[in-house]
Design a protein around this ligand. Sequence first.
Ligand code: IDP
Length: 134
Amino acid sequence: MEQTLSIIKPDAVQKHLIGEIVGRFEQSGLYPVQIKMITFSVAQAEAFYAEHLGREFYQPLIDFMTSGPSVVMVLEGNDAIKRNRQLMGVTNPDLAEPGTIRADYAESTRLNCVHGSDSAASAEREIQFFFAKH
Ligand code: IDP
């Protein structure tokens, strides 16, 4: 069993896609084991996306991620990191495989519905970021 961090971003929450997206995960054997709804603060968004500081899309990304509530969850399942990325599709929805979340629902490379950890190291860091034990 492996764990990964998934975010349903503000665009997808606004479009009432929480149930649809969580349903796809569950039907694929990726089960939420922790879940919460948060509105990112600017500080949280900047820290979460620190690796993109300086890129031209960084500030619009921070504005987008702080624009409304997101659903943050830990998904558990076999090969969860890679399989979540497959279900999501690639960053640009025009290039995403048909049937992926981004191909079906994302309206742009920025407003692309979901986040998923891209490696074991990222998954560990990102799960800790949102679900640190106190
Ligand atoms: P990922 O979410 O597919 O892992 P990253 O390269 O880590 O993609 O980028 C993080 C997020 O930043 C993307 O999901 C998207 O919302 C936004 N983003 C990335 N590249 C661009 C871009 O070229 N234009 C606009 N937004 C972008």
